[in-house]
Structure formats: structure tokens, C-alpha cells
Design a protein around this ligand. Structure first.
Ligand code: NAD
Length: 278
């Protein structure tokens, strides 16, 4: 099969739904086999539910329908031994590891949050990314490519919310910028690349829930999806409320492929010009 990532093996975290599932499908369509990792467990400090085991099975079905191999693994990115085991199991099944997409993330948006929201959001969005990269590094060879998922909202002054989870979201995503810069320098002599993508609002479960609607429409007590959709464009320069998961996946495929073989240590904004307003 010829494709832009033909016969590469790609591990994706948060692959049960949303952007992660879209990345799995787009990479598979371009010829990759997939190691799909997801925790499939919700968090007390996050008001919207996480993906389910059924969601993860759906990702498996959609990748298999494209004629590619896929192994799904339930693991928490915060758990370093579990991530090491996921790498080992995936490689035992699919033979190697060429691409890593550290995409799993959570966003706490409640009006009043316990300190535990800091612990969980920073643990997943920074600790989980570092765990994923560190568990992958011993398996990577020249030509490998890793990508982390940042966020435009995290670059905004004040982040998505002044509460502990909002601050942790901002801190974690900003810290990924420094992680990508410094770790890319360490990996470059080995011809291993590390980049990131900053999506703006993206049409997934992380965006489409009541607390998120309230943060965009503080003037309404119970804003609906329609109410929030009117306000969502405020982040972007282009007149759109969000980007689709597929828009981010196109960037991921480029960064995963050899087309970007000399691109490293960088973030690409997939944000409809949102960063131009910062
Ligand atoms: N949706 C947006 O508006 C938006 C904007 C900018 C950045 N992002 C980032 O994009 C990434 C993907 O989010 P999404 O929009 O697809 O949302 P999503 O909630 O649909 O997907 C996140 C996935 O990560 C999984 N997950 C959560 N914690 C995990 C853990 N500890 N271990 C393993 N898996 C875990 C969830 O089960 C879920 O399947 C996140 O890093 C998020 O911060 C999202």
C-alpha cells in the first residue's frame, strides 16, 4: 500500500474518540498501523465524561475497515509502568514504533474547583505527555516522529479559567512548548523528531458541554450549544466557531510523515488564525 505514512506504526493516546480517533483514522488511511491507547475512565474534577470502552472499540472498527492493523490498550497516561507496557505490547504485536501522538488531555471548566483539579489536569496534560514520550524513546530509531497536542486557549493570557484546573491546563500546555523545544534538541542528533500542534476550539466532547458553554456565554445561566456557537468565533481570526478534528489530523499526518523530515522543535497552530489575535 502506498500512502504518506505507509507501513509506519503509530501510537496515539486519547484514541477512543475526538481528535485521537480522527488521528488514528487519518494515519491508517495513509498506510499506518495503529496502537490506540485510552484510559476510558472519567475524572471527579472534570464535568464532562471521558471516552468509554465502546468508544475505543469503535476506533478499532474504523481503522480495521481501512484494512490496517490496530491494537487497543486501556492505560492511563499518568501511569509510567502502564505506558511502558503499552509500548512493549504494541511493538510485540505490530513489530516496531515509528510515530507517537501524545494527544490525551482533559480540561476542567467548573466555576469552583477543588485543588485536586490542578493535580489531575497537570498530571494528565503534562505528566501524561512526558510519560508517553519517555516510554517511547527507548524504542525509536532514526526517522521516528513524535507530536504533542498543545492548545491555543492555553496561550491566552489567563488560560481557559482562573480555577485550579484551568491554571493547570494553561501551565501544562505552555510547558509543552518548552518541552518540545528542549527535547527536540536532545533527539535531533539521533534523527528523531518532536513537534507539536496547537488547535483552537475543536468540535469534540471537550468543547461541547455546559461548563464550556458557560465560559463563553457568562451572560446566560444555562447557555445552549447554539448560544455558545455564536460566541465561539471570538478566539479565531477567521469567522468560524471551531476547527474539525480532521483539520488537526491533516497537520498530524504531515508531521508524522517523512514529508516533514527536517521539521522539528516546532508547533504548528491549527487555529483559524487565532494566534494572530494574541
Ligand atoms: N477540543 C478542543 O477544543 C481542544 C482545543 C485545544 C486543544 N485540545 C486538546 O486536544 C487533545 C484531544 O482532546 P479532544 O478535543 O479530542 O477531547 P476528548 O475529550 O474528546 O478526547 C480526549 C481523550 O483522551 C482520553 N484521556 C483522558 N485522560 C486520559 C488519560 N489519563 N490516559 C489516557 N487517555 C486519557 C479521553 O478518554 C478521551 O478519549 C487534548 O490534549 C486537548 O487538551 C482540545
Amino acid at each position: 500500500m502506498t500512502g504518506r505514512v505507509s507501513d509506519k506504526v503509530a501510537l496515539i493516546t486519547g484514541a477512543a474518540r475526538g481528535q485521537g480517533r480522527s488521528h488514528a483514522i487519518h494515519l491508517a488511511r495513509e498506510g499506518a498501523d495503529i496502537i490506540a491507547v485510552d484510559y476510558c475512565t472519567s475524572f471527579d474534577t472534570v464535568s464532562y465524561p471521558m471516552a468509554t470502552e465502546e468508544d475505543l472499540r469503535q476506533t478499532v472498527k474504523e481503522v480495521e475497515a481501512l484494512g490496517r492493523r490496530i491494537i487497543s490498550i486501556q492505560a492511563d497516561v499518568r501511569d509510567q509502568p502502564a505506558m511502558q507496557q503499552a509500548m512493549a505490547d504494541g511493538i510485540a504485536e505490530l513489530g516496531k514504533l515509528d510515530v507517537v501522538v501524545a494527544n490525551a488531555g482533559i480540561c476542567a471548566m467548573a466555576k469552583e474547583q477543588p485543588l485536586q483539579a490542578w493535580v489531575e489536569v497537570s498530571g494528565v496534560n503534562f505528566g501524561g505527555v512526558l510519560n508517553t514520550l519517555n516510554a517511547a524513546i527507548p524504542h525509536l530509531k532514526a526517522g521516528a516522529s513524535m507530536v504533542v497536542t498543545g492548545s491555543l486557549a492555553a496561550l491566552l493570557p489567563g488560560g481557559p479559567s482562573p480555577e485550579p484546573g484551568g491554571m493547570a491546563y494553561m501551565w501544562a500546555k505552555r510547558s509543552l512548548v518548552s518541552l518540545v523545544h528542549d527535547l527536540a534538541l536532545v533527539l535531533a542528533p539521533h534523527l528523531i523528531r518532536l513537534n507539536g500542534v496547537h488547535p483552537t476550539n475543536c468540535d469534540t466532547d471537550m468543547l461541547q458541554h455546559e461548563e464550556m458553554y458557560q465560559s463563553f456565554r457568562p451572560d446566560l445561566e444555562h447557555p445552549t450549544r447554539e448560544d455558545a456557537t455564536q460566541a465561539f468565533p471570538v478566539l479565531q481570526s477567521m469567522p468560524v466557531p471551531w476547527v474539525e478534528p480532521a483539520d488537526v489530523s491533516q497537520v498530524i499526518v504531515f508531521l508524522a510523515s517523512d514529508e516533514s523530515r527536517y521539521v522539528t522543535g516546532q508547533f504548528i497552530n491549527c487555529d483559524a488564525g487565532g494566534h494572530l489575535k494574541i
